[in-house]
Structures are given as structure tokens and as C-alpha cells.
Design a protein around this ligand. Sequence first.
Ligand code: ADP
Ligand code: MG
Length: 564
Amino acid sequence: MPSIRILPESLRNIIAAGEVVERPASVVKELIENSIDADSENIEIEISYGGKRLIRIADDGIGMDREDAMLSIERYATSKISKIEDLINLRTLGFRGEALSSIASVSKMTVETGRREESTGTYIEIHGGVIKSIKDSPVKGTVITVKDLFYNVPARKKFMKSEQTELNHIIESIIHQALSHYRVGFRLRIDGGEFMLLPQAYHERERIAQIFGADFINGIEEFEKREGEISIKGFISKPDRSRRTRTNQYLFINHRPVKDPIVSKAIYTALEGYLEKERHPFYVIYLDIPPEYVDFNVHPSKKEVRFRDNNLIYEAVYSTIRENYLSEKISTFSHGINYRDVELKIMAQDLSLSETPVTFSNIENIPVPSVRDIKRHEFIFIADTYIGFSEPDGFVVMDQHAAHERILYERFLKRRIQTTILLFPVEIRLSPQEYRNILDNLEILREYGFEVDDFGDNSVIVRQIPDIFDKDDIPSLLKDIAYTINNAEIDKESDIYDKKRMEVAVAIACHRSVRKGTRLSPDEAHSLLERLYETDDPWHCPHGRPTMIKFDIPYLEKLFKRRK
Ligand code: ADP
Ligand code: MG
């Protein structure tokens, strides 16, 4: 008796589905791609229970006749390629002919579809890959409904995450599609309520504003360049709008959302000098290259690509950004507050400490102040950023922003906050994700002195704020907090609340203290130092960077080569 057998068709499809349909968001992605390939102008998406119960995508595209509709749910059934050369010259998002058959095999799916010029369309119902019924339907365009995903694959079903997490993935996937196809209108309904409405746009910029709000657009540098056969359109955050996390980094190659380490490296290298350490730009980059330069058939869900010539792509992205990003504004960084290595070098020279620049790389060797009793110091103010003062056994330099961050961080964490009630509450429009993250964490915000209420339609209304803020700070602060919450790396269920509380305190402290390059008065400097010494960890800002560096006598002697 042979022990090897050929798997039956039904099982083959379920196994194949494992690659294409990882989670509800993959279904949404595949179906939207199909709608876009079918020349749809408007796509409506409906989701219930994080897509676990229901995903419905309706489009006004070309539709299918009955014969095509029947074929579309077969494996390797595609209208998009027919020969090997087509694979090299892809012009459509789909081509593998696996999505509908895969989805059909792991859910209860209906396909309702009809071509505009035909009087009747088709309705097909399939459960776990088995056709249950075929009828006429009045539909023009295509409506695909996917219910009870993975109902017949318990192992997969178990691996789905919480409704909220799956929903976040779905929204992120729709945002990707919407950014790459701005001419297509999108409408998203979640659990019966309207969540996002993106009318057909005329420019990428308009679509970006629809999704992230007008304020987002104001913080962006925009440029466009054609180099040989490669064209690049870029929207990159200005240096002062950088973030603590890598959120909102979107790359599209030939209208396909992808992640690519080469392009990402080119972007970060090009931005060197504009970005503070551990800060990240947000960007939307559109790369259009001849289809034969890039292979999308690397990954079943086409998230990764392979370039024919990595250097060509790297160079094109790097040089476009280098030449166009803040090209005439390079001075922002020569007296910038954020470029710490450079600053420290300048400072060391200013103070004639040595010819060898002191950089953060040798910070480990520099002892921090040990003096606890604060005396009245003579302060030296350096570049409106650092404050120098002498101690009996050396010279100390304090980074006023880092110090302030530490103080504020602990104040929020320990809830030592005064609040201001706004006479005129501020209404703030957020992106759908930001909106959700803020609403889900009103409790933490309340602890920190914010009174925020749901105002519907992705808007919130802010009635009370901590008194250290101005009401003009609030929109960008709320956005910062939303992203922080979204990206907090949480290990254990029980840590969630505490971890978020800490992250939000960091975001608040950072937001309030980083912005200003103000010259402090000696009294203010004294009070800053005093309050810094009262904190639990005066030597580090909440990000772990030093707040003070001490050049003690032995260290100075070493610098001046008086001793080894
Ligand atoms: P692929 O997109 O790789 O061709 P799919 O399984 O996603 O494979 O779809 C199979 C075929 O079904 C497509 O090639 C297309 O002809 C047809 N199809 C799927 N969705 C739609 C739609 N929304 N409108 C019109 N045709 C569609
Ligand atoms: Mg497809």
C-alpha cells in the first residue's frame, strides 16, 4: 500500500489559502485589488466584528458574465495573464488567480456580479469551496461577501487576533490601497457605522489630506522627479514633524504597496542630518518604474519585490531626496537643536576643551554629576540648548530639553498636573485610526488632565488640557499620543495599561519640551536643575539619553593630555 497520495482539490485549496489569506485584512486587500483591476471608480467596504463575521466589498467595475463568474472561483483562474511574457510586463495588481478560490475555500462566500451591458447578472454561493447555489442577480459591477472566515479551518480561526487588532490591519490595508489609487473613491463602514469616506481625488496630495487631515499635509515636503525611466513622487515629513516610531511610512511601486529595505535605506541615508537619532520620518513615496525592472512575484501576497538593479533604485531615491528635500533650507540644521553629535562637537570647540571633538560615542566614559546639594551657579548658555555650570570637581553640561523631558515625564506619570478648562473647546479632526486610538484610551488621557469627548465623524472635542499646554499644541499632541498608543510594544496583557500610560507620558513630555530652543534666565536654569535633581532618574531623559554630562578634572586632564 503506497503511503503517498495526491491531495484532493478541496484540501489543496485550503493549503494554498494559508498563504494568500493570512487574516481578514488579506481578504480585504485581495478583493479591493480585484475591484481596482476591474476599473472601478468607487469601492464600498463593509466590515463586522473585525472582519471575522463579515467582509463585503462592492464595486462599480466591469463585472463578470456568468461563465467568467463560474471560472473566477477556480484555482489559477485569471483574466490578467496568459503567457510567461505577461508576467514580466504586469499592468494589473492581480495575476496569480488564487485569491477568489482561496477565500472561497475558507469561508462562506457569495459572488454577485454582472456586466453593465447585460440584462442579468449572476449570484453564486460557495461554502468552504463547495458551490451551494447559482441564481440570477440584478447586480451591475461586483459584490463579494465573505462570512465566517476560517469557519472550516479551526487552527487558523484560533490564530486570529482580537477584533480591534484585525480591524486595525484592515484599516491599514485600505489606507494603503486608497493612497496608491487616489482616483478611486472608497467608503468604509464598520459594524454598521460610517467610518471613512474618501471621495475620488484628483491628486495624491488631496488623498493624503482626506486620510490624515490637512494639518498632516502642512508638515510635509513634496517633490517630484523623473530620472531616466524612473519617476518618483515624494511626500516626506519636515524635520520638525518627525516621529518616535516608524508609522505612516508608505512606499508604492507601480501603485502597489510594498515594503523594501533598499528604498527605506536610501530614504534614511538621504535624510541624514535632518533627522535626530531615534526619530523617524513619515512619508508617502510613489515610485514608478518600467515593469521589467521589478519582480512582484516574490511573495504570495506581493508585499516584497526584487529589483533587477538595486543600485539604480537606491541611487534614484537617494539623489531625488538629497536634491529636493529642504534643498534651500539646509541651515535648519547648522544651528538646529536636534543634531546632537554636531552640537556637541561645536560645543567642545567653543569651550576650547580640546581639538578632539567630544561625541556621544565616548559618552560612556564621562561621569555624571554626583553633587546633590544645589548651590547658586553661574550658568553658561550654549546655543540655547545646553546649560553649563561648574562644580568644585569639574564642569557640567546639561541638555535643557532632555532635562525638561525627564521632569515633565515624571510629573505626568505621578499625576502632578494642573489643568486648564478651555473657554472655547477645541474640535479636532483625526484620521480614522487616530480617532479610534484616542477614543479607546480616554481613561489615560483623563488621568493626565485631558477631557476629551467623541464628536463623531472622526472628530473629538477637547474641553480641558494640562496647563503646560497651549490650545494650539493640542491637535499635534493628540496625534502624537494616538501614534504612541498604536505602537506601544506590549508584552503581556497585564502590562497594557501601565505600558500605555508610560508611553503616553513620554509622548507628552517630548512634545512639550523638544520644540522650544528658548534661552532660559539664570533663575529658570536654577529651577530646572533643582527640579531635575528631584526626579527619580536625573541622569537620563525618558528615552534613555543623558540629561547631563560631567567633565570632571581627571577627564579634563586626559583631554589636555596631561595624563593618560
Ligand atoms: P487574479 O486577480 O490574480 O486574476 P483572483 O482569484 O483574484 O485572481 O480573481 C480571478 C478573476 O476573477 C480575475 O482575474 C478577474 O477576471 C475576476 N474578478 C475577480 N474580482 C473581480 C471584480 N471585482 N470585478 C470583475 N472581475 C473580477
Ligand atoms: Mg486578484
